[in-house]
Design a binder for this molecule. Structure first.
Ligand SMILES: Nc1ncnc2c1ncn2[C@@H]1O[C@H](COP(=O)(O)OS(=O)(=O)O)[C@@H](OP(=O)(O)O)[C@H]1O
Length: 408
């Protein structure tokens, strides 16, 4: 009886072309729902960036309208996103140099604008590989920080807090070679932009680690964020901090070069440097200049952390002697010196040291084209004026750190 009723409705459905189409659409929808259900376990093991960007989009469109309990449950497993999480998703997308508004966001810190650590997919290549490896032995739910034998997500014990354009990406990429270090590839910007999302949100971004492994992240803007030291200290007073510093004049030019690559119409470096060109007064409100006053920013960190908990890496030596600097970092982190000169080679074309084998790969790996850009020629008089400007701050910084970085 039921069977004949089904056949009748089937016949009715296929009798008119419109109904036939509706019937087929219905079948396709059921198949789609079935596939989605089957995919849950698999998707939760995917790298978070992929899941996150999907989450963000769907949150805005259709998910909110669905009411069926089972489906809501399924969606909440796939897309457990709070509205604030979108901020981080946007940030990651900006890293890929998307041709959108976001490509024009290399901004001035002091004018309350967003700064991005822009990267091409080249730069991310190794990172995404590493992250996927972390996640491939994934837990049942993307939101779970529950240990299931393959490790658990922990808040970072060490953070690369700066400085922008100092060589932070190179340092993190090199450190990821160490078997006892696990790092998140994207910059979480938790202690500056995303603090309201809470520590659990932050922890979720981290890769899983086994006992004895160190969790790390890098966000160079922390170094110049007034609230960051107090916030990191509130998370853990034992957090180890690493700052990659570079000659503030070249750093400023590098910063400017990055902005110029995205906004070719900006004024010249020379005109942005001065408040008043005739008096030679430097515009310290320009973030490219402001970030390089390291002594001032460090002062803020020393209110919350002892000097012994902060390691300063020379951005210059990271290029001329990467193994030497990595040796210091491994000592500081209490790790065996596993990363040595055997891991590096100098790539003549790139003009920088590269990894013989990146994490999770057997292939050589250099950073992408947004790292190591050709800088524009800057008027030597302006460069000299900047050297004079930074000298007292550099001296103070050498004094505070007990290390002469040789910029003067
Ligand atoms: N091995 C290696 N390969 C490529 N680039 C290297 C390397 N080591 C250090 N550097 C220098 O890193 C500079 C970019 O610094 P960051 O990674 O801190 O930049 S960012 O703040 O994350 O945007 C980048 O600055 P620019 O040369 O001005 O582009 C490089 O000089």
């Amino acid at each position: 009886m039921e069977y004949s009723l089904f056949c009748q409705s089937l016949y009715a459905c296929s009798s008119s072309p419109v109904k036939k189409k509706l019937f087929l659409l219905g079948i396709m929808f059921l198949l789609w729902v079935y596939m989605l259900y089957s995919c849950v376990g698999y998707c939760s093991g995917m790298p978070s960036l992929v899941v996150d960007s999907y989450r963000g989009k769907d949150t805005e469109s259709s998910v909110g309208k669905r009411t069926e309990n089972s489906r809501v449950d399924l969606m909440s497993r796939l897309m457990p996103v709070k509205p604030q999480q979108q901020a981080w998703v946007d940030d990651v997308e900006a890293d890929y140099d998307e041709p959108s508004v976001r490509t024009a966001v290399s901004r001035d810190l002091l004018h309350n604008e967003i700064e991005t650590d822009e990267r091409t997919s080249d730069d991310w290549d190794g990172e995404m590989r590493g992250e996927h490896q972390q996640r491939s032995a994934a837990e049942p739910s993307a939101m779970s920080s529950f240990s299931n034998g393959s490790g658990s997500k922990k808040l970072p014990q060490a953070i690369i807090i700066g400085v922008k354009k100092g060589g932070t990406r190179a340092l993190l990429e090199f450190l990821r070679v160490h078997p006892d270090i696990r790092a998140v590839g994207a910059e979480p910007h938790f202690f500056d932009r995303n603090y309201n999302n809470g520590l659990e949100w932050y922890r979720e971004l981290m890769p899983k680690t086994l006992e004895g492994q160190i969790t790390m992240e890098k966000t160079p803007s922390y170094f110049v964020t007034r609230e960051a030291p107090a916030r990191i200290s509130a998370m853990s007073r034992d957090t180890k901090l690493i700052v990659v510093v570079r000659d503030p004049v070249t750093r400023a030019i590098s910063d400017y070069t990055q902005t110029l690559s995205k906004k070719p119409d900006i004024p010249s470096f020379e005109s942005l440097t001065f408040k008043n060109r005739t008096t030679g007064l430097i515009d310290t409100s320009w973030s490219a200049i402001q970030i390089g006053i390291y002594a001032k920013h460090l002062d803020n960190w020393l209110q919350y952390f002892p000097m012994g908990q902060i390691l300063f890496v020379s951005g210059e030596r990271l290029i001329s002697d990467p193994a030497g600097e990595l040796g210091r970092v491994q000592d500081f982190l209490g790790l065996k010196r596993i990363i040595t000169d055997k891991h590096f080679y100098f790539n003549q074309t790139k003009g920088f040291p590269c990894l013989k084998k990146a994490e999770g790969s057997s292939k050589p790996h250099c950073l992408g084209k947004t790292k190591g850009r050709t800088h524009p020629n800057i008027n030597p008089e302006v460069v000299q004026r900047l050297r004079d400007f930074y000298r007292p701050f550099n001296m103070k910084f050498y004094q505070m750190t007990g290390h002469n970085f040789g910029w003067d």
